[in-house]
Design a protein around this ligand. Structure first.
Ligand SMILES: [Zn+2]
Length: 456
């Protein structure tokens, strides 16, 4: 295979040519209510050629049959010839990489029978169903994928990577009369089957939260000091800030370019934010991105000041900055675009107790349940939340929606916890039709003053 790829690259007449080949094996099992809804296994195999003619543009050809690589290179080249970009495209220079990596799993899920995977999903489903007679519906989901990726380009880079992933998700719906509530728990890691065993607690937590929410009163709308947990803080920094750091967006959007000026103050000196693809064993781990650039730690906010952004080779060249290892594609059907990897608010110094002890009336919001961002404005729903009364966590409340302006909110972060955690949730990030891309969010608890909370 390697020889054929290299022959095809040599054959190309483009200024730059890149071939990415992907083989992905997936197994999925899902229960809904008491029934098995889905159990399947499939293999997806294909590749993509990208050709760049600098003063014309990019041409792309995707394929499933690996036998006619030479033809596909020609096809991509012809596509590049018919486009015309307003200014020549440059790629920031990088060192070619030659690397073949393999992974070992303690228990390789490819050797586990579908029957055993089904039994596991069924067990977690029964944990939810048996939790309370108020649970009226459930979904229990198991998936694993093993991806073998080969990337080679005309500059001499040749990389083979293996990426395993296991995913668990539990969704519970509880009902009391007209009152219907739901809660979910998910887990996803680039690990073997051993990681999804003995996770009854995950299913139990989903069922318990759904039942607890039946008794929660809607929150009273208003402005509160809010403490948000690691999970919600991580999603907040990814959604409300991280996407604005993606250089393709910054470059193409004049308003964003003005907003995201390096050196601009974004928060108090305690605020530090980074994206880091090099941290092992996270869903967002990107040892090499889909242009062959090694993942690394990229500081985005340092001591409250905007210091960096995320790049592909093309956006780095355009903006006179360095490649950051953030060109990622969801699969071989797409060219890479600028994406996050593992994004986090760095650990701080305040304990959770100290963070809440001076709050007379506030809100402790946990877990994210979707949200929207529109340039500098955002709104997020928390999965569940509690009132904080006289420095203590009090009753559970529901329908907590945090809304605000990114800059004001970042400026209002006045305490950062010392209890950093990566969330290993499933799901993923969406951008430009490419969803769900595996990413990880992380944060300690944080406290934000004057947050507008929607509700009753
Ligand atoms: Zn995202």
């Amino acid at each position: 295979m390697r020889d054929r790829i290299q022959e095809a690259l040599k054959h190309s007449k483009a200024d730059y040519t890149e071939i990415r080949i992907e083989e992905k094996e997936t197994t999925r099992v899902a229960f809904r209510g008491k029934d098995l809804e889905l159990a399947n296994a499939n293999i997806d195999k294909g590749g993509i050629v990208r050709c760049l003619i600098k003063n014309k543009g990019w041409g792309v050809a995707t394929f499933n049959n690996l036998d006619d690589l030479l033809n596909k290179v020609d096809q991509a080249y012809q596509c590049a010839q018919v486009v015309s970009v307003p200014e020549p495209i440059e790629l920031v220079p990088v060192e070619p990489i030659n690397q073949v990596t393999t992974v070992t799993m303690e228990r390789d899920f490819r050797d586990v029978s579908l029957a055993e995977k089904k039994a596991l999903a069924e067990r977690y489903n029964e944990v939810m169903r048996g939790h309370s007679d108020k649970i009226i519906d459930t979904q229990s989901f198991y998936a694993d994928t093993f991806t073998h990726l080969t990337l080679a380009n005309s500059e001499g880079t040749y990389i083979e990577q293996e990426k395993p992933a296991v995913v668990l998700a539990s969704l519970a719906i509880a009902r009391d009369g007209d009152n219907v509530q739901q809660a979910h728990e998910t887990m996803a890691l680039p690990q073997g089957f051993e990681y999804v065993l003995d996770k009854d607690e995950l299913a139990r937590k989903a069922a318990q939260k759904a039942v607890e929410l039946l008794d929660a009163k809607p929150v009273k709308a208003g402005q509160y000091p809010v403490v948000i947990d690691q999970m919600l803080a991580g999603v907040f920094i990814h959604e409300a800030f991280g996407h604005l750091s993606e250089a393709d967006f910054v470059y193409e959007n004049p308003q964003a370019r003005e907003m995201m000026t390096l050196g601009r103050r974004f928060g108090k000196g305690i605020l530090n934010v980074y994206d880091d693809g090099s941290i092992p064993n996270l869903r967002g781990t990107t040892l090499y991105d889909d242009e062959g650039i090694p993942g690394r730690r990229n500081w985005l906010i340092k001591d409250g000041v905007l210091v960096g952004r995320l790049h592909s080779r093309q956006t780095a060249a355009k903006m006179g900055e360095k490649a950051t290892g953030n060109a990622r594609a969801i699969n071989y059907r797409f060219p890479p675009i600028v994406r996050m990897t593992s994004t986090a608010i760095d650990n701080g110094a305040t304990s959770f107790e100290d963070m809440i002890k001076d709050i007379k009336l506030g809100i402790y919001a946990c877990d994210a349940y979707g949200g929207q961002t529109q340039l500098e404005n955002f709104s997020f729903s928390s999965g569940y939340a509690y009132m904080i009364r006289d420095g203590k966590i009090a009753e559970m409340v529901k329908d907590v929606i945090l809304a605000g302006n990114l800059f004001t909110t970042l400026e209002n972060i006045d305490a950062i916890g010392n209890d950093f955690k990566w969330d290993n949730a499933g799901g993923g990030c969406g951008k430009g039709n490419q969803y769900p891309l595996p990413v990880t969010c992380g944060s300690p608890h944080i406290r934000i003053q004057n947050v507008v909370i929607g509700g009753e």
